[in-house]
Each structure stands twice: as C-alpha cells, then as structure tokens.
Design a protein around this ligand. Structure first.
Ligand SMILES: *[C@@H]1O[C@H](CO)[C@@H](O)[C@H](O)[C@H]1NC(C)=O
Ligand SMILES: *[C@@H]1O[C@H](CO)[C@@H](O)[C@H](O)[C@H]1NC(C)=O
Ligand SMILES: *[C@@H]1O[C@H](CO)[C@@H](O)[C@H](O)[C@H]1NC(C)=O
Ligand SMILES: *[C@@H]1O[C@H](CO)[C@@H](O)[C@H](O)[C@H]1NC(C)=O
Length: 318
C-alpha cells in the first residue's frame, strides 16, 4: 500500500492543519496593500471600508501607479511618509525650474489639472503643507488675487524662503515671453507680477480658472537645501494629512486587540475590522474571545481528524 510509510502519514496530519493556518494569516490584515512600491496603510485605503472615511474615494492604483483624485484633477503620489504624515504629489501639468507650462487660452481648461482644489469636507484631513510654496503664473490683472489689496500685494510673499524672486532665476524663465516683465515692481493691479507666490492657506484653493491664471508651480524644500536656490527645490506638492485625535485613540485600541481600523461604507462610521470577518464598533476584545474558541475548536477537530486517519492507516498497514 502506497500510504504505508511514516512521512506520508505525517504529511496527511500536516495537511489537515494547513487550511486553518492560511485563513488565519489572511484575516489579520485585510486592508493593507501596495501600489507599485508604495505601502497603502491606515488612514488610507484602496478598497471601500478600508482606512478612515476622510480618505475615502481618494487613492487609486492604476497600472502600478498610485493616483490621488480630487476635484481639480489627478496627481501621481510619489511617496507616503507615515512617520511625518505627508504625501508627495506630482502634477505633470505644472511648471518647474526647467519649463513653464502655461496655457495660452483665456481658460486653462486644456491642462490636466486646474491647480489644486480639495473638497471642503476633506479639509480637516488633507491640506498642502504650510512650508509648500505655490507660485501662480501669468494671472490676469483683474484676478481676484489682486483685488482688495489696493497699492499693496498682500497675497504674494515668500514661503519658507522660497518665492518668485528666486524662481525667476530658473532656466525656464530665460527664453520666456514673460521675461521682459518679470522684474516689474511694485506688484499691483496695474502691473500684475508674472508670478505670485503664497502658501495654500492664504487662499485655500488653487483654482486657476477662478483666479484667472495661466499656470502654476509648486515646490517644497528640505531645510538644508534652501540656500542652494530654486534649482535645488523639489517641484511637486507636499500634502499633510491628519486623523482626528479622538479617533486616533479608538484606532490604537482596535489595533492593540489585533484589529484593523476601517469604516462602514454605508454609514461612514468608524469600525474595527477583526479576524474571521467580524467587525466591531470599538475593538476586537468582544469578538476575539468567540473567534479564538472557534479557532481552538477547529484546530482540535483537525487534530482529532488527523489522529483518526493515523489510526485507520496504522490499522490497515499493520
Ligand atoms: C519606488 O520606485 C521608484 C522607481 O521605480 C524609486 O524612484 C522610488 O525611490 C521607490 N520608492 C520607495 C519608497 O522605495
Ligand atoms: C467588515 O468590514 C469590512 C470593511 O468595511 C467589510 O468588507 C466586511 O464585509 C465587514 N464584515 C461584516 C461581517 O460586516
Ligand atoms: C523673498 O526672498 C528673496 C530671496 O531670498 C528676497 O530677496 C526677497 O526680498 C524676499 N521677499 C520677501 C517679500 O520677503
Ligand atoms: C473653479 O472655479 C471655476 C470658476 O469660478 C468654477 O466654475 C469651478 O467649479 C471651480 N472648480 C472647482 C473644482 O471648484
């Protein structure tokens, strides 16, 4: 008889235990995933119900590329820094130090994005970092940017040592049709500057259509690089995210009991996703006791089953 040797019997015993081990590990982290080489973890999620509801319908993985989708367009996510709670975004339709991407028509509708606009309800969760500079380019003289500040240029200023004065030194401006006017000052509604820099908080939405601008650039810089000028800035959008403090505590309680923080897609209420497909409104302590009994009894059942097979095989073989 084929089955009559000890290694094969041991294999049978082992196989009877394997399915439980596999289902246990997949139940532990139902929401964590990857897109390319970027880890998607709380508070973000790629699936409905995963992460915090403030970040729902936000990230999409398209051909291994992580995209952030908001009303002004889609931006590639280059990195998520979970320790500093920030994301780094790239917008292919924005200007940088080497090229000016400006729409020539009156409305920049042809651009892939219309600046940077976040849904108002998402504002508590997601906002460009305060040390990220936005530089609005080619804005019309009657732009809302220059209204209400007669004789002054209040909204235009440097952010973390980055601003238009330095940006004008970029190669992108060298052959630009704007270069003749770039040094104009004072700023004002008669001679609007070709570039007006500001932090996101100053106007709360970079809506190029509304602001009557032809394009924009955005940069952030790590402190030691600042002195090296606009060629050393990182061009992109650095966004900070935050999770409400009260929820943060609940989530830690959920994680401490082996759960994964998520939300109910129907009600958007926070939930704790526990093993064996059970969800809790607080943590997994209440559900884990019953599920561990299930686990223990199923292990016992497979052990008894295995012993039974072993006994039968032994009986047949000897
Ligand atoms: C991800 O991969 C890209 C190249 O494909 C690389 O430039 C980037 O540094 C990687 N990011 C991380 C966090 O490893
Ligand atoms: C638990 O929550 C997750 C994520 O929302 C959902 O996919 C799953 O169906 C829920 N399970 C139960 C039993 O409600
Ligand atoms: C902005 O920074 C540049 C270069 O550091 C400096 O020359 C300029 O005076 C600053 N402008 C303001 C308004 O602080
Ligand atoms: C941007 O502003 C324009 C003009 O005011 C408006 O029609 C459009 O809806 C705004 N875009 C968004 C995403 O709010």
């Amino acid at each position: 008889m084929m089955i009559c040797n000890v290694p094969q019997i041991s294999l049978l015993l082992l196989l009877s235990l394997v399915p439980h081990a596999v289902s246990d590990t997949t139940a532990v982290l139902p929401c964590r995933s990857y897109c390319g080489n970027i880890t998607i973890d709380y508070p973000f999620g790629l699936r409905s119900g995963c992460g915090h509801s403030g970040y729902r319908d936000l990230l999409y993985c398209i051909n291994g590329m992580l995209m952030l989708h908001i009303p002004s367009g889609s931006y590639r996510v280059l990195n998520i820094d979970y320790a500093y709670r920030s994301l780094t975004l790239h917008d292919s339709s924005m200007s940088d130090c080497y090229s000016l991407a400006l729409s020539t028509s009156a409305t920049p509708a042809t651009a892939a994005t219309d600046g940077f606009i976040i849904e108002p309800w998402r504002a508590p969760y997601l906002a460009p970092a305060p040390d990220n500079v936005f530089m609005l380019l080619g804005c019309h003289a009657d732009s809302p940017l220059f209204q209400g500040f007669p004789g002054k240029h209040l909204p235009c200023r440097n952010v973390s040592g980055m601003g238009c004065d330095e940006y004008y030194r970029c190669p992108a401006w060298q052959y630009s049709k704007f270069s003749a006017r770039k040094g104009d000052s004072p700023y004002g509604s008669v001679n609007p500057p070709e570039c007006c820099s500001m932090e996101f908080g100053a106007i709360r939405a970079i809506n190029l259509t509304h602001l009557g601008c032809q394009g924009y650039s955005s940069a952030y810089s790590l402190a030691p690089l600042r002195a090296r000028g606009p060629g050393a800035w990182s061009y992109g959008i650095r966004v900070s995210y935050s999770v409400p403090a009260d929820h943060d505590g609940d989530c830690r309680g959920c994680q401490a009991t082996g759960g994964v923080c998520g939300y109910d897609p129907a009600t958007e209420a926070d939930i704790c996703i526990c093993g064996s497909g059970q969800n809790s409104t607080s943590n997994c302590d209440t559900v884990s006791s019953s599920s561990s009994i299930v686990k223990w009894s199923s292990s016992l059942a497979s052990l008894i089953g295995g012993l039974l097979i072993y006994t039968v095989v032994r009986f047949l073989c000897y």
